[in-house]
Design a protein around this ligand. Structure first.
Ligand SMILES: [Zn+2]
Length: 258
């Protein structure tokens, strides 16, 4: 375990560096996973569209077959009626058969019109189906490479993450458990750096100025000192601490000379 508070904080700062890397890494991985999800969703949507088109086509085909069957039935009926008409000797029957044939012909004509409309719709639907199929193939091909790249990145991120975890565990084992737990609690609140330098009496976390008294407490370094505005832990960067010490020494030397 580190002996002085400044060593303790040095150790925590190293841990913090790793934690910040980890936070960034997790963020990048989330973004990449979202991209992957979007690519896959798009493909599912196109597949669904293709399925819908196919259903529509099936429906049109079975309607067409039904109408074709009806037309054949009317044809047969007309043939039968005509055969009957050819052998009849009664005028009344002949006339009534003529009526029936005319009505059947009308029915057949109507069915043929319906059939033509169905054909036109079927051609349109087939074109749409082909288009949808093509864009699904395109998107599958185009996204495959991107998808592989993203998957590869995620694997790399996971490896980097494992390394970070291992490094952090090593540092944490050497850390002061109390300070580490305080640090971790702050970190889980802020998801940002929580051990920050006090620079020219300004907190590097919230950028608010603090008093000279506060700075002195930080310099004394005999207990954790928190920013009164953002609750971050303060430390004096070495240049500031040394600079101050050197000034004090110089002052002392000057005092001795005189
Ligand atoms: Zn602050």
């Amino acid at each position: 375990m580190p002996e002085t508070l400044s060593d303790t904080l040095k150790n925590i700062l190293e841990i913090q560096t790793l934690d910040m890397q980890m936070i960034r890494l997790v963020r990048v991985r989330k973004d990449r996973e979202k991209e992957l999800e979007q690519i896959r969703l798009l493909r599912v949507e196109l597949k669904n569209q293709l399925g819908e088109r196919e259903k529509e086509l099936d429906q049109l085909r079975s309607e067409t077959a039904f109408v074709e069957k009806k037309i054949e039935e009317e044809k047969l009926k007309i043939k039968k009626l005509e055969a009957q008409q050819a052998v009849t000797k009664k005028l009344e029957e002949f006339n009534s058969l003529t009526k029936e044939i005319t009505s059947s012909e009308r029915e057949k004509a109507q069915l043929s019109q319906t059939l033509q409309q169905l054909e036109e719709r079927r051609i349109q639907e087939e074109e749409l189906f082909a288009k949808t199929k093509l864009s699904l193939e395109d998107s599958t091909n185009n996204s495959k490479e991107l998808e592989q790249e993203i998957v590869k990145t995620i694997v790399e991120i996971n490896q980097e993450g494992s390394q970070l975890k291992a490094d952090r565990a090593r540092l944490a084992a050497e850390a002061d458990p109390h300070v580490l737990s305080v640090y971790e609690r702050l970190l889980s609140n802020k998801k940002d750096e929580v051990v920050v330098a006090l620079m020219n009496r300004v907190c590097s976390g919230c950028h608010i100025s603090l008093t000279a008294q506060h700075e002195n407490l930080v310099r004394r370094a005999d207990k954790l000192i928190f920013c009164e505005h953002c609750s971050r832990i303060h430390y004096l960067p070495e240049t500031e601490a040394e600079g101050e010490a050197a000034t004090t020494k110089r002052r002392r030397r000057r005092a001795l000379k005189t």
